[in-house]
Design a binder for this molecule. Structure first.
Ligand SMILES: Cc1cc2nc3c(=O)[nH]c(=O)nc-3n(C[C@H](O)[C@H](O)[C@H](O)COP(=O)(O)O)c2cc1C
Length: 451
């Protein structure tokens, strides 16, 4: 399903809000999307641009599931399958993204949002960049992009990730194509980090057919159904990039990042521009959901893994919940170690049994309250490799950040404090007792009021 088909599916489902009033992409639009709780919204009239803006379409698991054509609980397994059995994409027979080809253009014509008063400039936030690694082939990755002027952007290229490594191997300059308005399959695949040499476009294509077309001015292939494609080159020139709001909801620092010179803009005739709020639900879900299958895979190697969730309170990146079907006393501890292997940026992980609703924070807390003894069930690891996104970690320029990590085994303890094994009946006593349900409608209910 292409981006516009996705928007149409959300509309058909009655979930798309359309606003016809003119909205200014400079500060007003981001505040409006935030005020609307990031619900899927189409802004038809944009101040200073002829292109409508869509935001909020990836703001819940249910919406992304709709975009993949599966149920919420199937998404983990569908992503896992695509990650491990990619399918090379076909060449497109038509290229909607090249209906209009502009070599004379001004990036100021695009409705690029300025999100907050302190930002370094207007930023593209839903841009998926495609480059070619000289050794490994195509790499696809999100990059936030600050508009510098009518033909130049600066991109945040996180060190040691695909684009950055390809740029280094290429000697400091590299062709790039930036796609805006991508299908849910492309958006989710772009945030994956598969094994070296596995092309994320093939993962996207395994999720949903993603035919490719050759760019007009650079030797790269892009999803033919993108709304916009900005073709250009990453240069050796560096500029100050930022400040900009990060995934954790804190302000990221200003750094020297490369200038990207755009040579050509292609787009659909009636192109839709996609925006997403930095630090918002969409940013978190698109970052976190593609890591859940890698955790699932590692934990499944050491015990029976049922489900995985990177929770929004932990920025869908630093905190995870792993649900297991426990079959031996030590499965919880093994799951902790495996979860950290499955997502190296994970800082805190909670392991729960299959009777816990992992989407319900109160249920998770209940498991901690009734099943954890801190001196037995907490694993603390010191001086571990850290996410660069955690403000509380130790950061040094050019060196991998370091952090402490914690795993909490909140599964039913199979051993008693004495070390003896609990019987099955004793373990069953840890279950939450549910009241029976009644048909409330069969009772005449009256509220009594005391004078
Ligand atoms: C909305 C969004 C914005 C992102 N912005 C950036 C960014 O500015 N720079 C970056 O290097 N990674 C960014 N990422 C993370 C990368 O897309 C992600 O780490 C990706 O898996 C890296 O893949 P690679 O290691 O194959 O290149 C962003 C992810 C999302 C979902």
């Amino acid at each position: 399903m292409s981006f516009r088909e996705f928007v149409q599916a959300i509309r058909a489902d009655g979930q798309l809000l359309t606003i016809a009033d003119e909205v200014d992409p400079c500060l007003e639009m981001a505040a409006l999307f935030h005020g609307l709780g990031e619900r899927p919204t189409l802004l038809e009239r944009v101040k200073g641009s002829r292109y409508p803006v869509v935001a909020g379409v990836c703001s819940s698991r249910e919406l992304l599931a709709l975009g993949l054509g599966v149920s919420r609980d199937q998404v983990l397994f569908v992503l896992s399958e695509a990650l491990h059995t990619p399918v090379p994409p076909a060449t497109a027979t038509s290229a909607p993204c090249q209906e209009i080809v502009e070599e004379t253009f001004d990036l100021a014509d695009l409705p690029i949002l300025t999100h907050l008063p302190g930002d370094g400039g207007p930023y593209v936030t839903a841009g998926v960049a495609i480059v070619k690694d000289p050794e490994l082939g195509p790499n696809m990755c999100f990059h936030r992009l600050m508009r510098l002027d009518g033909r130049r952007l600066s991109g945040r290229l996180v060190e040691r990730r695909g684009t950055h490594m390809a740029l280094q191997k290429a000697g400091g300059e590299l062709d790039i194509a930036i796609c805006i308005g991508c299908s849910p399959a492309v958006l989710l695949a772009a945030a994956m980090s598969p094994a070296p040499g596995v092309d994320e476009l093939s993962i996207a294509n395994a999720l949903s057919p993603t035919p490719l077309v050759r760019c007009r001015t650079v030797d790269l292939q892009v999803p033919a159904e993108s709304e916009f494609v900005l073709e250009g080159r990453i240069t050796r020139q560096m500029v100050r990039e930022g400040p900009f709001l990060d995934l954790t909801g804190t302000m990221d620092i200003v750094r020297d990042q490369p200038v990207i010179e755009i040579s050509c803009v292609t787009h659909r005739r009636d192109a839709l521009y996609q925006a997403l709020l930095p630090g918002g639900q969409e940013h978190k879900l698109l970052m976190g959901m593609p890591r859940e299958p890698t955790i699932y895979r590692e934990v499944s190697k050491v015990c029976d893994c049922v489900n995985v969730l990177l929770t929004p309170g932990g920025a869908s990146w630093l905190h995870g919940v792993v649900q297991i079907r426990k079959q031996d006393p030590d499965a919880g501890k093994r799951a902790i170690e495996a979860a950290f292997r499955g997502h190296t940026s994970l800082k805190h992980v909670l392991i729960v049994d299959h009777d816990i609703d992992i989407y319900n924070p109160s249920d998770l807390e209940w498991a901690i309250a009734t099943r954890v003894q801190a001196d037995r069930d907490v694993v603390v690891l010191t001086d571990q490799p850290s996410s660069s996104l955690d403000p509380s970690a130790r950061h040094r320029p050019g060196v991998k950040s370091r952090t402490a990590k914690m795993g909490l085994d909140a599964t039913i303890p199979w051993r008693k404090p004495s070390g003896a094994m609990r019987t099955e009946a004793e373990r069953a006593a840890f279950a939450k007792i549910e009241y029976s349900t009644v048909e409330l409608d069969q009772y005449n209910q009256e509220r009594s009021v005391h004078a």
